[in-house]
Write a protein that binds this ligand. Structure first.
Ligand code: AMP
Length: 141
């Protein structure tokens, strides 16, 4: 497996070099909205530590990411009136991974509404800002 590339786009977001629509942060985890959501509220949950994917992440960072993903899944049920939540996580190109810093997708779902295909449409920044505000408010409560 290739080594971790510190210039991947999520590493730049973690260092504050690129913006994001943040929904949650703690000492080990950052979560922000996917700019090309497969459904409203689609969130990415990342360890702050450098990890390419599930295959090289330290166990305590993985545990922190999983715990945060659960919190975000529960909050997104309320904020987006969801009836379910899909979690996805891809490893290496062959496994569907495009950005090589570990992330879990948390995707609120409604019955009978299919997810959009990956990376089809960029959401408007003002829509993402509003969603991030509402989700982070519930997560802070
Ligand atoms: P994957 O590596 O296959 O899990 O997919 C990477 C995901 O990152 C896709 O869902 C993209 O829409 C999303 N993405 C790419 N660039 C950004 C960005 N700058 N901010 C938020 N999401 C992004």
């Amino acid at each position: 497996m290739p080594s971790y590339d510190p210039n991947n786009i999520f590493a730049k977001i973690l260092r504050g070099e690129l913006p994001c629509h943040k929904v949650y942060e703690d000492d080990k985890v950052l979560a922000f909205l996917d700019i090309m959501p497969r459904a409203p509220g689609h969130t990415l949950v990342l360890p702050k530590a450098a990890a390419r994917n599930l295959l090289d992440v330290e166990a305590d960072d993985l545990a922190a990411v999983a715990t945060a993903a659960q919190k975000i899944a529960k909050a997104s049920m309320a904020v987006f009136n969801a009836e379910g939540v899909t979690l996805q996580q891809f490893n290496e190109g062959a496994g569907g991974q495009v950005v090589f810093h570990l992330h879990i997708h948390v995707i609120p779902r409604k019955a009978g509404v299919p997810m959009k295909p990956p990376a089809t449409e960029k959401e408007k920044p003002e829509v993402l800002s509003d969603q991030a505000l509402r989700l982070s408010a519930v997560l802070k409560a």
